[in-house]
Design a protein around this ligand. Structure first.
Ligand code: SF4
Ligand code: SF4
Length: 402
């Protein structure tokens, strides 16, 4: 008897359908090979909020009995493969109402695999992925995060490529033929997608990660109240009022110390303080009260509370004043305003570099203009899958052909 367990770590809403397709695809592929499987989701506290990390799981077993045995627990405590479909999650996973930061590889078994979609090199990713006290493998599918607005999945073959890669990683459970057959039969599948799965299988590269490699930082955690310590009645106190900044000037709002922090975001705002007209709109509109009002009347987004929603960029009336930049361009959460105040020319150089190479056009929530996804897919270099511009990707349904 044997079984195989995997988790799919994804961004709530944007990647919900992608994660579901991957897990269902695993189960359907397993059934093609006469095995048993189940797919399910976890993190029930509003996991579908924009960008909030969430998880789906899939378990495959040789027998129905063994599958049931594995289902008789809340969620897997360890997995053979961790699938991560947004490489900014390599900084760690922090779901809503979860008390701290979980390294992306935390559930991965010793010598298991972290399979990630990324255009970054393993060395760059390992600057973020926390160290693990056991070796594991890092396998990469060259692709940017498959994002699109709300419940819409961008048809870019990511699910097929992940399934093809899994057949290589777990050949004892998922054969490539079974994976391709399952893809062709799925309502979202097609011959083209099966071809992408085969290419991903052929081209997948994996490298071992030693225990000495990775981010040495200790992941943050919050104090967990015991159930007998919880107050009766209303258990979520209001956030206290903030306090003045320096010499009674400026204002720092208090923030909920328990609620989601910076790992929920895929992008962060970079602010050109010289262009700011002090209109207060970003401060007013930020859903997470991120902005500190500085003594000189500017607005400094606090990077320990920003979830990267992009509202500040959308409301800012000053051209090129706020620019959303890919999160993987940053290694800390230091104050941009402090940096600007300390050395303005150095800040301008830093900011120019971030904005030039890492603008949101590379990674986007996809709400900037109508037709954005379609344009992005056409522009995308599909490195490893079938050339997706050769046809409308996926969609077996005849009515969906264009
Ligand atoms: S992206 Fe802007 S509006 Fe959104 S949470 Fe961060 S600072 Fe606030
Ligand atoms: S919205 Fe833009 S211009 Fe207005 S205060 Fe914020 S950063 Fe400055």
């Amino acid at each position: 008897m044997a079984h195989f367990t995997c988790e799919v770590v994804y961004r709530g809403i944007f990647q919900k359908n992608l994660a579901a397709r991957i897990c269902r695809g695993i189960v359907l592929s397993a059934r093609k090979a006469g095995r048993w499987g189940i797919a399910f989701g976890r993190y029930g506290d509003s996991p579908q909020r924009n960008g909030i990390p969430a998880k789906d799981f899939a378990i495959v077993a040789d027998t129905q009995e063994e599958l049931e045995q594995n289902m008789a627990r809340y969620e897997p405590k360890e997995v053979d493969v961790t699938i991560c479909v947004d490489d900014t999650l390599s900084k760690g996973v922090e779901s809503w109402a979860w008390y701290g930061l979980q390294p992306i590889n935390r559930l991965t078994v010793p010598n298991g695999t972290v399979l990630m979609t990324s255009l970054q090199s393993p060395a760059d990713l390992l600057k973020d992925i926390h160290k693990k006290e056991a070796p594991y493998n890092l396998a990469l599918i060259p692709a940017k995060a498959s994002f699109s607005g709300l419940w819409v999945y961008k048809e870019d073959h990511t699910e097929a490529r992940i399934l093809g890669a899994l057949a290589k990683i777990q050949p004892g459970f998922l054969s490539l033929d079974a994976v391709c057959a399952a893809i062709q039969e799925a309502e979202w599948g097609s011959e083209l997608k099966a071809a992408s799965a085969r290419k991903a299988f052929e081209r997948l590269e994996s490298r071992p990660v030693k225990i000495t490699e990775g981010n040495a930082e200790t992941p943050f955690s919050f104090e967990k109240p015991k159930w007998w310590e919880m107050r009766e009645g209303v258990s979520i106190p209001a956030i206290p009022i903030g306090k003045p900044m320096e010499g009674g000037k400026g204002y720092v709002p208090e923030r909920n110390p328990y609620f989601k922090k910076f790992t929920t975001r895929t992008m962060r705002p970079v602010i050109d303080f010289d262009k700011c007209v002090k209109c207060t709109l970003c401060w007013l509109q930020c859903p997470d009260s991120c902005f500190d009002v500085t003594p000189d009347g500017l607005y400094d987004a606090n990077m320990e509370s920003c979830c990267g929603c992009g509202v500040c960029e959308a409301v800012c009336p000053a051209k090129d004043c706020v620019t959303m930049v890919r999160e993987d361009a940053f290694e800390d959460n230091a104050s941009q305003w402090e940096m600007w105040r300390r050395d303005k020319p150095a800040y301008m150089t830093w900011m120019g570099d971030k904005i030039a190479s890492k603008q949101h056009v590379v990674r986007s929530h996809g709400f900037r203009f109508r037709g954005q996804y379609e344009e992005e897919i056409k522009q995308s270099l599909d490195q490893g899958g079938t050339e997706i511009t050769a046809g409308i990707p996926g969609e077996n349904a005849v009515g969906k052909q264009r």
